[in-house]
Design a protein around this ligand. Sequence first.
Ligand code: CP
Ligand code: NVA
Length: 305
Amino acid sequence: MKDYLAVADFSAEELQSILDTAIELKTEWKKNGNPPILKDKVLAMIFQKPSLRTRVSFDMAMRHLGGDALYLSPAEIGLGKRESIADIARVLSGYVDVLMARVFDHQHILELGKWSEIPVINGLSDYNHPCQAAADALTIQENFGSLKGIKVTYIGDGNNVAVSLMHFCAKLGADFTIGHPEGYGINPEAVALGEKFAAESGSSISQLNDPREAVSGSQVIYTDTWVSMGQDEEAAGRKEVFPPFQVNQSLLEGAEKDAIVLHCLPAHRGEEITDEVADGPNSRLFPQAHNRLHAQKAILVKLLT
Ligand code: CP
Ligand code: NVA
C-alpha cells in the first residue's frame, strides 16, 4: 500500500483492516493518548480547495502520533500552474514523509502518486473522497457492528462522496442505493466497478429516481451538498432540481425506525438536509465528523509503518 487515492484500489481485507486500526487507535487515544509511532514524520498537506475537517483532522492525527504537518495553501503551491505536478512531487519527496492533496481533477492526484517517492493520500478529488468514506464506514461499523448486510441509501447528487461511499459499501458487503434526480447519477464507470465489487461481496447497488422508494428499509441515510466545490456556475440550476431530494423528517420516516443519518459536511441546512434531521435523534453527523480523525490516523499508520 504506497498510496491511498481511491477506495476501489483496495481489497475488502485492506479496507476492513483500516477500520479495525482506526478503532484501536481511537480506543487507545481516548484512554491514554497514542504513543508517538509517527515520531519525526512530517505530512505535507496540499489544498486546491477550502477545508475544515480534512485539514484539521490530518494535522491533529499527525500531532497525536508524534509527527507534524505542513499546510500548503492553493496560492503557495500553484499545483500545475507555478510548477508542474511532477516537479512538486519530486521536490517534496526529499523534504517530507507523506503527502495529502485535495485537488479538482483526479488525474492530478494520480500524477502526484506517479512521481512521488513517498505515499500520497487523496484528500478529495472530483472522482472520490476516500478519507471521508473510511470515516463513514467507521461510523456505520460502530453503530451496527459491521457493514455486512446493512442497507445504505445516499440521497442527492452522484458526486465524489457518493462514489467512495458506494465502493466502500460494495467491498464490505453493505447494500448501496442512490436516490438521485435524473441526470445527476453516479458516473457509469464508477457504478460498473461498484457492481463488480458488490457481486464479489454478495451485496447490491441500486439507482433510483424516487427518494421515498430509495430510503425504504434503509438503516443509513446519507446526503451531501447539491453543489460541490468547483460547480458554482451550476448552482442556480441544481437548486431548482434537487429540493425533492431534501433529507427531512418526512423522508426519514420512510426509512427503518432506528436509521442513522450521515452527512460528510459542510451541510447546507435548509437545502439538502433540515435542521430537524441534522440535529435530531437519528443524526450521527458529529460523531461521523470526529471519526475523520481516527480514520486519518489509521490511513497514516498503514502507509508509514
Ligand atoms: N467532509 C470534508 O471533507 O470536509 P472539509 O471539506 O471541511 O475538509
Ligand atoms: N461533494 C463535496 C464534498 C465536500 C467535503 C465537494 O466536493 O465539494
